[in-house]
Design a protein around this ligand. Structure first.
Ligand SMILES: Cc1cc2nc3c(=O)[nH]c(=O)nc-3n(C[C@H](O)[C@H](O)[C@H](O)COP(=O)(O)OP(=O)(O)OC[C@H]3O[C@@H](n4cnc5c(N)ncnc54)[C@H](O)[C@@H]3O)c2cc1C
Length: 373
């Protein structure tokens, strides 16, 4: 894999993958560096015995023109199928339907969508970027040493930092000593994130008949008095056809996650959240296996209100992610596309002139996914 490229993209979440794909399709040499073993970031699927569960993004739905396009492309590739048209919530302890519309999922887990976007990209998996250093007119990108290899370096003309704002800050703040603008750092500091705990609970196959009798596949519990620490419950196994062990995914509220964010042992957190779930469906209290995942940076609480952050001087640097303009998949995709446009303009040494961003972005997205098809 090339160690001297036009652009290094840090983070293989949706924003980073879309950005890298767009740059590569425009003829740039790109390497993506991702600290996890897989791709997708918060679009995450956990492999389980005989099945899997989406413990990050709950489903894909049309939130705007870009998610519309992404869903169409994934649908045409048989990667997505329709999970349900109805999600529920509890209002005064009564079950009510939230917005009725198609909610999509993937049989092999939602990371299939990220794998689709990653096709053809050069990705360094399991390597965390620990520092960015401008050396003359190039970036030096330091990759943390792992058990398998010592610290290594990449060189690039430009860098895209496509990670949650607090993680971006640790990479960008030290650049102040090289003359990078203070406003860039101050802008990142205004962004706030909420945490979340995800519980993945598996049940015996015999429980399947109980699931069939439940009136809901997923239920939003934000504000429900009966389950004060739960934000969401989904019978994740209903996303998968055939006979699979029943799997529940529960998400905590941000307030609950914040109250015990540094817990060393996550098992009591899982037990506590499942006990609340059991007030709705008693057998949920007795799983065969439980896993708990801590999302330190789950949902943007306070976004930037712009598509990306950028500076050209002293060297081209763009920060991207859902947190730039919001908290959802549409925001991440839009930010990744916009970051790529800005990097292309920087590398070609021309101003970024786009008169109708919405139309331009929709066109780029449709070309990008068409190439992957
Ligand atoms: C529990 C949960 C449920 C959600 N449900 C939904 C939903 O139903 N619908 C919806 O629209 N949105 C949902 N979201 C939000 C959605 O996940 C995000 O909006 C979107 O995935 C953000 O993508 P991103 O690329 O901006 O960031 P991320 O997905 O966070 O990607 C950042 C990537 O950077 C990597 N990284 C970080 N630091 C480094 C480093 N130093 N070096 C290398 N790599 C690094 C990370 O490992 C990660 O892969 C949910 C989020 C969570 C946590």
């Amino acid at each position: 894999m090339d160690t001297n490229v036009d652009t290094v993209v840090i983070g293989a979440g949706l924003a980073g993958l879309i950005c890298a794909q767009q740059l590569q399709q425009s003829g740039h040499r790109v390497v993506v560096v991702e600290k996890s073993r897989g791709v997708g970031g918060r679009l995450a699927t956990r492999r389980l015995q005989g099945t899997c569960a989406d413990h990050g993004v709950r489903y894909l739905d049309e939130q705007g023109p870009l998610t519309h396009n992404l869903i169409q492309a994934l649908w045409q590739q048989d990667i997505l199928h329709r999970w349900t048209d109805q999600l529920y919530c509890l209002q005064a302890e009564t079950l009510a339907v939230t917005e009725s519309k198609p909610y999509y999922t993937a049989t092999t887990g939602l990371t299939a969508a990220a794998k689709f976007l990653a096709s053809g990209l050069a990705i360094r998996h399991g390597q965390r970027v620990q520092a960015l250093t401008p050396i003359d007119d190039r970036w030096q990108i330091s990759l943390e040493a792992t058990a398998a290899q010592p610290t290594s370096y990449l060189t690039a003309g430009s860098v895209v930092v496509a990670v949650p704002a607090p993680q971006a800050l640790t990479l960008v703040q030290p650049l102040l000593e090289y003359g990078f603008p203070l406003e860039l750092v101050q802008a990142i500091q205004t962004v706030e994130f909420d945490p979340c705990y995800s519980v993945i609970a598996t049940y015996p196959l015999e429980q399947q008949s109980e699931i069939d009798q439940l009136p809901w596949q997923a239920i939003s519990l934000e504000g429900a008095t009966q389950t004060p620490d739960l934000a969401w419950l989904s019978l994740d196994s209903t996303k998968r056809p055939g006979t699979v062990p029943p799997v529940l995914v529960a998400h905590s509220t941000a307030t609950f996650a914040q109250s015990d964010l540094e817990a060393n042992d996550l098992r009591p957190i899982g037990q506590h959240l499942l006990a609340q779930a059991a007030t709705l469906v008693p057998w949920l209290a007795t799983p065969t296996e439980v896993q708990v995942h801590r999302w330190r940076y789950a949902f943007t609480r306070r976004p930037l209100q712009q598509r990306y952050l950028a500076t050209e001087l002293p060297l081209p640097l763009v920060c991207s992610g859902d947190w730039c303009s919001g908290k959802q998949v549409e925001n991440a995709v839009e930010s990744g596309l916009a970051a790529a446009c800005q990097i292309s303009a920087f590398l070609a040494d021309r101003p970024l002139l786009i008169t109708n961003w919405e139309a331009h972005a929709a066109e780029l997205m449709s070309q990008l996914t068409a190439t992957l098809v």
